[in-house]
Design a binder for this molecule. Sequence first.
Ligand code: 5GP
Length: 183
Amino acid sequence: MIGKLLVLSGPGGVGKSTISREIRKDSRFWLSVSYTTRAARTNEVDGLDYHFISAAKFDELIVADAFLEYAAFAGAKYGTPRAAVETALKSGKHVLLEIEISGARQVRDRFPSAILIFLMPPSFEELSMRITTRGTDHPERIAARLEIAAAEMATASEFDHILVNHEVDEVVAGLVALATAVE
Ligand code: 5GP
């Protein structure tokens, strides 16, 4: 059996990583660990949250065609490891990629059978509140993030499915249903 490739995307601050952490607990799924050039945040573990690498190493991996997709986001680069994803799919696991929108578009173009899911906040007001109260950004940075989030929200119609993030359990159940549905 070959697993399904699921892409979870959506605006920054919508709660994608909380959903991904939950999915990790389900043994039918394999959560891809991306490569990134950004610095690790406190509490992030190398090899678990991301593979943290230098910009030079990232460029080497691009040349070696090691990425299934990659993109620049907020001053850093992010990429999905091709070989690890292919191995997991061949082993029968459903693979979840938690990536931003331009990466999702690349996956859509290269893997037409991938299931593209847009995680939508219950409202833009709620997303604004989450972004504003995260407490890690300067006011100008918050304004920029809100502007990016608005542009990201406008891409929702490009996705196969939209899941509204009212409750984590509900979204996880939605992902499981999409992965296990018989065509
Ligand atoms: P953060 O720096 O907050 O962890 O992630 C920033 C953005 O990059 C998020 O929207 C996240 O989903 C996205 N991202 C993480 N890994 C990848 C990846 O491998 N490829 C792409 N295209 N986006 C990624």
